[in-house]
Ligand binder design. Structure first.
Ligand code: NAD
Length: 262
């Protein structure tokens, strides 16, 4: 029996990167999975089928767009109707855009606030009634080191991630007596395909070696000079679903190689 056998986890933004690692780790722990996110249908189907084959659980994909509240509610409803419950909600979908505040495109601000912050509110709003009814739930939000500190040119992202930290604490207080916990995980730089793909270009434009790009550009702020792995983030999320973690709630758990200690 895994930590999550018989339970269902909805993971937003799980067609790639950290979200996919959460989904696979929760499936390994026994949960049925609602995948969500963008991508080529054949790639999504491959990941969905792999989860079922590798971990002997069921997985469905919800195409819900995290900018659309009604679609987010439908994603939670899909989990409830397909598997009977949504016990774990992982709010993870996120995008980034970098520009000086006075030039920041308004539509990029709106999209980042919608996807990185408001979608978590809509998901929580839809999932909490079922969790309360069953008397158990785990809400895990992917925040970021940027929920604690800022970097220039990331006004929308830093605002959304600080918002996620506040939403996490508020929800934790509201559901505390229902055996529902709500926490956020704040990674530093995580080795995802997105990050990996940036290395060759940066090597060219800055005339640097791969090691220089990693240490002097990407990991400048990260004292360990190592990336966090998606598996490490996912392992913390699975721990948060365990009984041993039942008294961890309202927490903002850093996994950033010491970034925010400095
Ligand atoms: P990623 O780009 O690999 O994955 C993002 C996921 O979100 C994808 O599945 C994508 O399809 C989905 N998505 C984007 N827009 C969507 C929308 N409108 N509706 C539904 N799904 C949508 O990125 P990642 O690095 O795995 O990031 C995941 C989360 O982790 C984000 O919230 C990000 O802010 C956070 N984070 C990442 C890092 C890092 O270094 N990679 C560090 C700290 C926090």
């Amino acid at each position: 029996m895994g930590t999550l056998t018989g339970k269902t986890a909805v993971v937003t933004g799980s067609t790639s990167g950290i979200g996919l690692a959460y989904a696979r780790a929760m499936a390994k722990a026994g949960a049925n999975i609602v995948l969500n996110g963008m991508g080529k249908p054949e790639d999504i189907e491959k990941e969905r089928a792999a989860i079922e084959a590798d971990f002997k659980v069921k997985a469905v994909h919800s195409p819900a767009d995290m900018t659309k509240p009604a679609e987010i509610a439908a994603m939670v409803a899909l989990g409830e109707t397909t598997f009977g419950s949504v016990d774990v909600l992982v709010n993870n979908a996120g995008i980034q855009y970098v520009a000086p505040v006075e030039e920041f495109p308004i539509e990029k601000w709106d999209a980042i606030i919608a996807i990185n912050l408001s979608s978590a509110f809509h998901g929580i709003r839809a999932a909490v009634p079922g969790m309360k009814k069953r008397g158990w739930g785990r809400i895990i939000n992917t925040a970021s080191a940027h929920s604690l500190v800022a970097s220039p040119f990331k006004s929308a992202y830093v605002s959304a991630k600080h918002g996620i930290a506040g939403l996490t604490k508020t929800v934790a207080l509201e559901v505390a007596t229902h055996k529902i916990t709500c926490n956020c995980i704040s990674p530093g730089y995580v080795w995802t395909p997105l990050v990996e793909k940036q290395i060759p270009d940066t090597m060219k434009t800055r005339n640097m070696t791969k090691e220089q790009v990693i240490n002097d550009v990407m990991l400048d702020a990260q004292p360990t000079k190592q990336f966090v792995t998606v598996e490490q983030v996912a392992a913390l999320a699975v721990f948060l679903c365990s009984d041993d973690a039942s008294q961890i709630t309202g927490a903002n758990l850093s996994m950033d190689g010491g970034w925010t200690a400095a």
